[in-house]
Unconditional design. Sequence first.
Length: 233
Amino acid sequence: MKEDILAYSKFNNLLKIKKAELNKAIEREKNLEISLAELKKELELSNNEIKEITKKIKEKEEKRKNLINLLELQDWLTNQFSNLIGFIERNVLIKVRYEFSRLFNKWFHMIAGESFESQLDENFSPVIMQGGIEMEYSFLSGGERTAVALAYRLALNQTINSILSQIKTKDLVILDEPTEGFSETQINKIRDVFNELKINQLIIVSHEPHIDSFVDNVIKLKKEGEISVLDQQ
């Protein structure tokens, strides 16, 4: 039996060795599991970081595309659209000035006669010529100045109404002393001008008695001290 016990004792030592190896393996497994868990956590963090970076890259790419579009739009607005708008404005202004000048010339000729030539310059200022020579405004007579002002006012009214079709005062014209300084011949021509206007309502403020025969209704005012009152006569 002693011999048998001695023979089996080596297995006891071998068991101890294997148990020690098993304990080391278990310890190593635990360490590996801890390392694996740490790696998984790092992987999760890395994946989240990758997702965040990918999201930021996508946002930056979108911003880059928007910036490129804005730069292209800016370039188009600066180099093409502005020139296009300027071209359109010039053509519109040329057309407006041509029509304005035509109307001004029409009314001025009706009032002042055919001896004068009239037009508007690039700044829409009246230019009066006689015999091909431009006349200074200060050299015009009082009646001629009134004719310029009245013709300009009527032409301006028609031009504005043609551009702003919805203007509320489209069919209304108010004139203050439109015949000041006019000769009797010019005053008589005013009747033709008023008939040519073809508007629904024309209000004239005037001291010229001859105007009474041009209108449908006359309202007379008189001064009582410093107050204007209705003349009942």
